[in-house]
Design a protein around this ligand. Sequence first.
Ligand code: FE2
Ligand code: FE2
Length: 322
Amino acid sequence: MEVRSKDTLAPPLKHKHQEKLMVKKSQLLLHTSTWTINSTLTGKPRLANFSTGRTRKNLEEESGKVDDHIQAAVEKPGSQKYLLPHPIWSEEELDAVEVTHNPPKERVDKAAYFACKALRANFDFFSGFSWGKRTERKWIYRIIFLETVAGVPGMVAAMSRHLRSLRRMQRDHGWIHTLLEEAENERMHLMTALEIKQPSLFFRLMVLGAKQIITSTSIFVNMFFISYLVSPRFCHRFVGYLEEEAVITYTKLLKDLRADALPKWKDRIAPEISIKYWKLRPDADYIDLFRAIRADEAHHREVNHTLSDIKPDDRNPFGPGE
Ligand SMILES: [Fe+2]
Ligand SMILES: [Fe+2]
């Protein structure tokens, strides 16, 4: 469900049926579910933006009412029940996340490492991240782009193993669920980022024009699929190194947040979708949110390096939600 301020509603109404629809829309403002049909006039679904205008100060002023409101949404029966299991991080686990590096040992590991480093260097340069001031806008567009890519490997690897199991009429040894969980987890990172900022049409056109979403994601899907057929070990190592980079990126973001270098995000309450998904406190801010996302990335790092270390027919050591 979307919650928007009244002054952002549509232009003056022309027809009676539109008026009725707008009444329904104003009723929707009372609800807190994350997704909604945004525009009753256009009928097009749009993402919500529940939390971006709300700060901790707002919550204090509203004397706990909003806490109750969010808590009720978190506890709403059936909410997010359809999602795959995933870790819920404790404070100790969040504190324990560190930037680590798994040194490449064999040739295949070195190839994966250099491919990842080359990708990062190019992306940093062309996205303007290696020069100029890091702003909220730069950060969110970077996160949105990276998470659209990050959701690919788990899904492609899971599909590849699923088809392999069918083709060879052999068991999978429990890998598929972990890979699907990773894919969904990455998609939830993207959904959360979209709650923080809807990319403008200009941004979407820009990335389309720059062949960085549709084209490059499609190319990446196909390249990753073919690479996975040739060498699952290379692919999991490559993702392991990408995740190392993701931990570095989110650590940098947390540093910027703690240094008050991103004033527009100071004391902002995390999007409701993320409060539900990671079971955060109702007044969790962006630091809490990105700590949880960083812990996910550190987990993917461990999972993928482990899957690269073992043979494709070995038992997956990670159980559901682990
Ligand atoms: Fe991610
Ligand atoms: Fe990740």
